[in-house]
Design a protein around this ligand. Sequence first.
Ligand code: AMP
Length: 141
Amino acid sequence: MSQDNRYTIVIGCGRLGSKVASVLSNRGEGVMVIDKNEESFRKLASSYEGLTYIADAMDVDIYQAVDIERATTVIVCTNADNTNILIANIIQKVYRIKNIIIRLYDAEREFLFHNSGIKTISPTELSKNEIINYLEEETYA
Ligand code: AMP
């Protein structure tokens, strides 16, 4: 798919979501970022050209308003695992979104998504792997 046709919805415009949304927007892709706290949008890059929507993403009524059926990818990165799990399951089942990526602080809950088609990102797991990589570098004595 060409980047022109992509429409990504990012749920949670905090330290992670704002960075992802800003990168996608800088690449010229269509982006919508949702956050329940308007202040959070201040974290977006000044060059951000995507859309913003203030809402609690637990409220399923908002999804029509953000045109979710057109979304090619949804990235779910609020700061609460339970919220992310619930939202990811709903949007997969109700709106049949193919590409869903969610942040999970608790890596032990990744098993919930095995064979589900939903991709999980665990900051703890990624950090652990990076630390192990550092320790395996030859310069580490
Ligand atoms: P961070 O932990 O810095 O990546 O920030 C998480 C972001 O998720 C914050 O900006 C919160 O306002 C936002 N957030 C948390 N819960 C919800 C929710 N239910 N709906 C929309 N945004 C949320």
